[in-house]
Design a protein around this ligand. Structure first.
Ligand code: OGA
Ligand code: MN
Length: 280
């Protein structure tokens, strides 16, 4: 029996008494997965993991994917890590960030919604955190879909969205982005393959437009949807401590990062669980 504690009304559960450094029995993995799907985000506190242990822990829940940013846009430090691990840090060498998403606030998004087959889940493991700021906020998009006003539901249902991401962007039009871009078209509302529930599948950072309607109508619908799904009532905001592992479901949640002091180190390792089909 896995012990868990709800973290907010709709979003997040803390898993207690689990050491991710050790292999977990299959029934424990299945139970954790069930809690994960229901709450869209789970956290494990006080972990102490090597790269190998993080990759193995991830692999128990699915297929641990390799980091795909083109090599020419990776730092030497990044290239030295296991191929599944992505550095999320503001540490710089010779003035250049050694990891991805180095600085400050980052808008709400689904990881890899811009790909044809997006990742199911992301795990983030914290190795160093600033004394304040840098929280990650998560919103449950099953709950947001259920509560969405009827006219907005109608605006999204049966439509597809064009998503695109300029690697390195924290906001739309970020001047720090690199030249590589990734693009996709997916349903604006998707059905979760593990529980059959509907979840909104657009976000402020990566969704550019609804395909089937004129630009102005798309803009009017999406801006209201973005404001709605980012409401406080759907959110759990995680205050990081060193040793936290947070795992979130990219099929049913969005996340954003709050600002933090540029002169303090924030260092995380990130892994993902590969998806196995196009969202539908
Ligand atoms: C990510 C991400 C948020 C954070 O790695 O995909 O959104 O808090 N990170 O660093
Ligand atoms: Mn992200």
């Amino acid at each position: 029996m896995v012990e868990a504690r709800k973290l907010s009304r709709h979003t997040g559960a803390e898993i207690l008494g689990v050491d991710l450094g050790q292999p977990l029995p299959p029934d424990v993995v299945a139970e954790i997965w069930k809690i994960f799907v229901e709450h869209t985000v789970i956290i494990f506190r006080g972990q102490e993991l090597t790269q190998e242990q993080l990759v193995r822990a991830t692999g128990q829940f699915g297929d641990c994917a390799e980091y795909t940013r083109p090599k020419e846009f990776q730092s030497e430090t990044q290239r030295q890590l296991l191929p599944q691990i992505m550095l999320i840090t503001n540490i710089r060498e010779d003035g250049k960030p050694i990891g991805a998403h180095p600085d400050g606030e980052m808008w709400f998004h689904h990881d890899t919604i811009h790909r044809e087959i997006p990742t199911k889940a992301t795990l983030l493991y914290s190795l160093a955190v600033p004394t304040f700021g840098g929280n990650t906020a998560f919103a449950n998009l099953f709950a947001a879909y259920d509560a969405l006003p009827a006219d907005l539901k109608k605006g999204l249902e049966g439509r597809t969205a064009f998503n695109s991401f300029n690697y390195g962007s924290n906001k739309k039009g970020d001047p720090n982005a690199v030249k590589a871009v990734s693009q996709s078209v997916h349903p604006a509302v998707r059905t979760h393959e593990d529980n059959g529930k509907r979840a909104i599948y657009v976000d402020r950072l990566m969704t550019q437009k609804l395909v089937e309607v004129p630009e102005s109508e798309s803009e009017a619908i999406l801006s209201r949807v973005f404001d709605f799904i980012e409401r406080e009532e759907f959110i759990y905001e995680h205050e990081w401590k060193k040793g936290d592992v947070v795992m979130w479901d990219n099929r049913s949640s969005i996340h954003a990062r709050r600002d933090f002091p540029a002169d303090q180190v924030r260092l995380m390792w990130r892994t993902t669980i590969a998806g196995d089909a196009r969202p539908s």
